[in-house]
Design a protein around this ligand. Structure first.
Ligand code: F6R
Length: 589
């Protein structure tokens, strides 16, 4: 949430380079954007409302500069206006900062600064940082002033500062990501690695409560002890093209199609590690699956697989609600955190709560080196490659695959789990063909103007119905809701009228007849029944065939929903990669 990109080095147009980098981070926020570059007299500043992707560098040349910081914003405090866009500057325009996160004590700081005569130009919490820094710069050098400023901030942040006459960038983090890219006589700072992947694969991690001062060489400091910290340069195994759209119209469809391969990659794990982690689950006094949004639905789906395959009860709690459950945590409890980005603030907070209680944490993440990866006792990387569309697709199925594998491993049946998932991966590969997509496109065309739609499922397909609703809502903007099929008659069936689409997720197991009965109840009230099922059933008005995947039915049933959501978005002329009001990687609580 909010993209940060900065450059310091030998290239002659840092401003342009930062704008190009920010375009790659646009999925993190697209309300407004801005860049500050070092100009001889004072800092040059460019800020705009709207998407940076629409800014044409051909027609808007930037002045020469070798140092610049930039930001693409997802609004938290203050509306979407140019005045609220980052970077924010002091009154003289000699200090500029960009920030991702929320400064929880900003009102108190603002009051203090206003009493000292500072005039605020925006409604953001961020502006307090630049005035505070200005205040301390009156008595201290830039680096000491930055340390004093950071010590006053409460909340989560990633923040970058530059000052006229100082050829350096100061960056610090607490809870929001920042990674340093190391080139030859040049450095990049970004919220996410894909932003600088075309220049370097050498990186340095900035950890929480650390600050880095980058001029010729980066100097890292621990903000608690104030001591300098040694850091290693790490080479990452990511190809620049993995973060590009290639020939696809959107990242979302590219990432849906990548599921031909990502499930194989996810389950290609070291058996000994999986068995060791299964033992951790078995010996835990209480296992808590935690995630937010789609990842939370994955946790719920996995709890059914654990119940059925491993005969184990696991607690499922969404990240933001986790603190209310902390009294049940013991030192021997295990928290399994599921996250694509590894940076979601609510899930991170759950981990912090768990660690304070002495519980162990296993993270299932996609982004290697992310905060969750680094703060957990154990991590399983799902290896899906960069997921840039805001709506999660390939990460979802990979997370489901890993948790299914763990459930089988808990039942001392790892090889059986692998066999099932390899077969499912093959079936998904077969599903993702042009004819299948066309069949779903046809359905999208039929229902593209409806006001509401519903999705029902039972057992493991109940959480998938909830996930389906998220997918449909966020990119098509059609009102969609998911229910357990059996719940309809307790209230929601009142919403069904003539022609209301109801997607029915069917698995070829003991739940089949019940969910088909629920579909009949909807049809009897005029509902238009879309069946996602291994076999044709008389109740269906439109049938989308899925393979009979047994315990992996959640993985196959979500694929047509992802395709449907994508095509509805395109037909309704929405940008599926950047849905309104949302952003990838939710780093604020
Ligand atoms: C929806 C979606 C979100 C994320 C949620 C958690 O398509 O992607 O609901 O699942 O914000 O994000 P991660 O997995 O990065 O923790």
């Amino acid at each position: 949430m909010c993209g940060i990109f900065a450059y310091s080095g030998k290239q002659k147009n840092a401003g342009e380079l930062v704008i190009r980098g920010l375009k790659k981070l646009e999925y993190r926020g697209y309300d407004s954007w801005g860049v500050a570059y070092q100009a001889p007299e004072k800092l040059g500043l460019l800020r705009k409302v709207g998407k940076i992707g629409e800014f044409n560098l051909e027609y808007n040349k930037m002045p020469e500069s070798t140092l610049a910081i930039g930001h693409s914003r997802w609004a938290t405090h203050g509306g979407v206006t140019e005045a609220n866009a980052h970077p924010h500057t002091n009154a003289e325009g000699t200090i500029a900062i960009v920030h991702n996160g929320i400064i929880e004590n900003y009102q108190e700081l603002k009051k203090e600064l206003e009493e000292k005569g500072y005039i605020f130009k925006s409604q953001t919490d961020t502006e307090t940082i630049v005035h505070l820094l200005d205040l301390y710069c009156k008595t201290d050098d830039f680096v000491s002033a930055a340390k004093k400023t950071l010590a006053r901030l409460h909340g989560r942040y990633a923040v970058l500062a530059v000052k006229t006459g100082e050829h350096k960038i100061i960056a610090a983090r607490r809870g929001s990501p920042l990674i340093i890219g190391v080139g030859e006589n040049e450095h990049f700072i970004a919220s996410d690695i894909p932003a600088f992947l075309e220049y370097t694969q050498q990186i340095m991690y900035l950890d929480d409560n650390e600050m880095v001062v980058i001029n010729d060489k980066p100097h890292f400091y621990n903000l608690e002890t104030q001591e300098e910290v040694e850091k290693r340069v790490v080479t990452i195994d990511l190809k620049p093209e993995s973060a590009e759209k290639g020939n696809f119209a959107h990242f979302m469809i590219k990432e849906i199609m990548e599921q031909k391969d990502t499930i194989y990659r996810a389950i290609n794990q070291n058996d000994t590690d999986i068995l060791k982690l299964a033992e951790e689950i078995k010996k835990a006094y209480g296992t808590f699956f935690v995630g937010c949004g789609t990842a939370g639905k994955v946790c719920l789906a996995a709890s059914y697989v654990f119940a059925k395959v491993a005969k184990r009860h696991v607690n499922v709690v969404v990240g933001s609600e986790f603190p209310s459950h902390q009294d049940f945590l013991k030192e021997k409890s295990l928290v399994v955190a599921v996250s694509q980005s590894g940076e979601t603030a609510d899930t991170l907070e759950a981990i912090e709560v768990a660690k304070k209680k002495g519980a162990k944490v296993l993270s299932i993440v996609n982004v290697v080196g992310s905060t969750m990866d680094r703060m957990s006792d154990y991590t399983i990387h799902i290896k899906a490659g960069p997921e840039k569309a805001v709506a999660s697709t390939k990460a979802t199925t990979s997370q489901l695959a890993i948790l299914t594998l763990l459930a089988y491993a808990c039942n001392n049946d790892l090889q059986e789990g692998k066999r099932l998932l390899i077969e499912t991966a093959g079936q998904i590969n077969d599903m993702l063909n042009p004819r299948y997509e066309e069949h779903i496109q046809k359905l999208a065309d039929k229902i593209k103007n409806v006001e509401s739609m519903y999705v029902i499922g039972k057992s493991v397909n109940y959480p998938i119905a909830l996930e389906a609703a998220i997918k449909l809502q966020e990119v098509s903007y059609i009102h969609a809701e998911g229910f357990a099929g059996g719940e309809l008659k307790h209230g929601p069936i009142a919403l069904i009228s003539e022609g209301t689409p109801c997607i029915v997720l069917v698995a070829n197991d003991e739940t089949r007849q019940d969910i088909l009965n629920n579909a009949q109840e909807v049809k009897a009230r005029g509902g238009y029944i879309i069946g996602i099922s291994p076999q044709q059933e008389s109740v269906f008005d439109y049938w989308i065939k899925v393979p009979d995947a047994g315990m992996a039915s959640s993985l196959v049933n979500i694929i047509p929903i992802q395709l449907l959501a994508y095509h509805l978005a395109v037909l309704r002329q929405n940008n599926p990669d950047m849905p309104r009001n949302l952003a990838k990687s939710v780093t604020v609580k």
